[in-house]
Design a protein around this ligand. Structure first.
Ligand SMILES: *[C@@H]1O[C@H](CO)[C@@H](O)[C@H](O)[C@H]1NC(C)=O
Length: 596
């Protein structure tokens, strides 16, 4: 998952220069002698030794503090966690990737498949795999070890610290698709990546966590712990990222300038998703390494969110930006889309990852869901009066919160989230809601000339009184798009959220209709995005033949293609009864032994 941050910085590639010892030693010695620091009995040679030792000490403490600080020692920076903790906190037990049974039943009991249905399914799966191999080869040939390949020009770019984002993000998809040789080649390359040495001045904490840390943990878990290098590197990166948590209240800075020796401060206008969706990765890292500090770190954040939840402008929900100095949550814009999305997504998922050992996350999720279904979810006015629900934006600056019927592709994960929650809560009402939420994004795909949903559009809410059927034929300026009232962003950025929900609905309902829906979406996406090198984002999906743009983010390989592939795989592959997927589709194994 990804969005444009409020403050977007261009990442610069950064050459770190080795520090040369300066040649002021002789001057320093003379000065020492002049001020009488040197004992008369000492020889020049001894003075030189002492001066050198002082020099080394000064350089070490003043100029190179980042390496002198033990990242595991957070006591000097982080205040105590709020007491008492709102729920008995489960301690992650040092664990392996051993299979354990989750206490939750998420997946459906699937009916038997006819031979003909299986043939079709496998044919489709093969096509998805072929697309993955094509894009992976393009990356390998043109941008190996860079963050992204440019799918039209064949260039490359490094927006995510230059640690080979596409490679690391794509690791577990390689494994899942059975591309064993490619997987092992990629692991060899991974050995050379040093996560204690960023290739940029600042580290975007959230994106680095979900793509890189999530990528390595997912690959480690899905390969059943057979490749220790993955956990080793994940821990190396975890230590680096954890340095960003050393603020007074324990809420990490969103961008970590790793070379600056400053006391880290809270900031205003931090996106809530940037602090609220680190829990899965750091919990899994704690479970696998046995280092409880990682879990304590994210628990502190959760406690702040928990405390604030019922005291915002819409009790139950968090505004999309936060002042992390307090923290305080005075914001008036509420969304489940960009800037907030994975905060909500991680609540039921963290409950699953902890094996239900704490009720904190589920309680927070259930409280949020009540408010979201009241204020955010709405039935649109559509041709043929579709029985679907979209997720809108809410402004709460006045007396009563107002719905803005803006729909984002990023918000399409909500169907899957509510679906997972419905299995945890064993709630048929929530399941019905999840179906309508997932169907809305599918409908939006079918409602454009290209067959792909736009990034952001507006649509009218079905009025409380009167017809819900859209009939305004005059509004044909939008081409084949019937029902949209405006399209704020016509692009398709290779995003996964819609197919993510379709995949989850298939696995939890066992209704093969979801595969058919996904297949229609696939055909449109595959046709329009493919380039000679890989796949490209699209400029205008309301066009029958959208133009391509020279960009392919790593989530295309990590998420979009993985979800399409799993939609047509055996249902036991990455079973949702065994794995919980982070917001970048990296599968973490659920464990139920956390209180042991
Ligand atoms: C917030 O309110 C909901 C009910 O509206 C309640 O269930 C929940 O426990 C409250 N959370 C806290 C932290 O008090």
């Amino acid at each position: 998952m990804d969005y444009k941050p409020v403050f977007s910085y261009e990442s610069k590639s950064y050459e770190s220069k080795a520090r040369q010892p300066p040649s002021f030693m002789n001057r320093a010695i003379r000065r020492l002698q002049r001020y009488g620091f040197a004992l008369p009995a000492l020889s020049t040679r001894q003075i030189r030794y002492i001066a050198f030792a002082i020099f080394v000490l000064v350089v070490y403490t003043v100029f190179l503090p980042s390496s002198s600080v033990d990242p595991s020692d957070t006591s000097g920076f982080v205040g105590p966690a709020p007491k008492p903790p709102p729920a008995p906190r489960p301690r992650p037990a040092k664990g392996s990737s051993d299979k354990t049974t989750s206490p939750f039943r998420i997946q459906a009991k699937f009916g038997t498949e006819t031979g003909a249905a299986k043939d079709i399914r496998l044919e489709r799966q093969k096509e998805v795999k072929e697309a993955f191999v094509h894009a992976w080869q393009g990356y390998k040939k043109h941008a190996w070890l860079h963050d992204e390949v440019l799918p039209i020009s064949g260039g490359n770019k490094d927006p995510f610290v230059g640690w080979a984002a596409t490679l690391v993000d794509g690791l577990d998809t390689l494994y899942i698709m059975g591309l064993q040789d490619e997987f092992e080649d990629a692991l060899k390359a991974l050995e050379e990546i040093d996560f204690s040495k960023p290739n940029a001045e600042r580290i975007p904490v959230f994106e680095t966590t979900i793509r890189y840390l999530g990528g390595m943990l997912g690959a480690y878990d899905i390969s059943e712990g057979k490749y220790p290098i993955l956990l080793e590197k994940a821990d190396q990166l975890g230590e680096m990222l954890f340095r960003a948590f050393r603020t007074a209240n324990g809420i990490p800075v969103p961008y970590y300038w790793w070379q600056k020796n400053q006391k880290l401060q809270g900031e205003n206008n931090v996106l809530i998703a940037q602090i609220g969706s680190l829990s899965l990765e750091f919990t899994r890292l704690a479970q696998l390494t046995g280092k409880n500090k990682y879990f304590d770190g994210i628990s502190r954040i959760t406690d702040h969110l928990d405390k604030a939840q019922n005291n915002t402008r819409i009790p139950g929900l968090w505004p999309c930006t936060v002042d992390t100095t307090g923290p305080s949550f005075p914001g008036a814009i509420f969304t489940l889309g960009a800037w907030a999305d994975s905060l909500y997504e991680y609540l039921p998922k963290e409950h699953l990852l902890l094996g239900g050992a704490s009720d904190q996350y589920l309680r927070m999720y259930n409280t949020a869901l009540i408010a979201a279904s009241k204020y955010h979810f709405f039935k649109p006015k559509t041709p043929g009066d579709q029985d679907i629900l979209f997720t809108g934006k809410v402004e709460a600056s006045g007396e009563t919160p107002t719905l803005v019927t803006e729909v984002q592709h990023l918000g399409c994960f909500v169907g899957g989230m509510v679906g997972l929650g419905s299995r945890i809560n064993d709630s048929p009402t929530e399941l019905a809601m999840a179906i309508r939420l997932s169907d809305s994004c599918y409908w939006a795909y079918t409602n454009t000339a290209s067959g792909i949903m736009p990034e952001i559009f507006h649509i009218d809410q079905c009025p409380a009184e009167g017809s819900c059927t859209w009939t305004n034929e005059e509004q044909s300026g939008l081409g084949k798009q019937y029902g949209f009232t405006s399209i704020a962003d016509t692009s398709y950025q290779l995003r996964p959220e819609a197919i993510e929900s379709i995949f989850i609905m298939w696995r939890i309902t066992g209704d093969p209709e979801w595969m058919e829906k996904g297949w229609l979406m696939w055909q449109a996406i595959a046709k329009h995005t493919r380039t000679e090198i890989a796949n490209a984002r699209l400029g205008d999906v309301t066009n029958e033949n959208p133009s391509q743009e020279d960009s392919m983010e790593s989530f295309w390989l990590a998420e979009t293609l993985k979800y399409f592939y799993l939609l047509f795989s055996e249902t036991g592959l990455v079973s949702l009864d065994e794995f919980v997927l982070n917001t970048e589709a990296h599968p973490f194994r659920q464990q139920d032994n956390l209180l042991s």
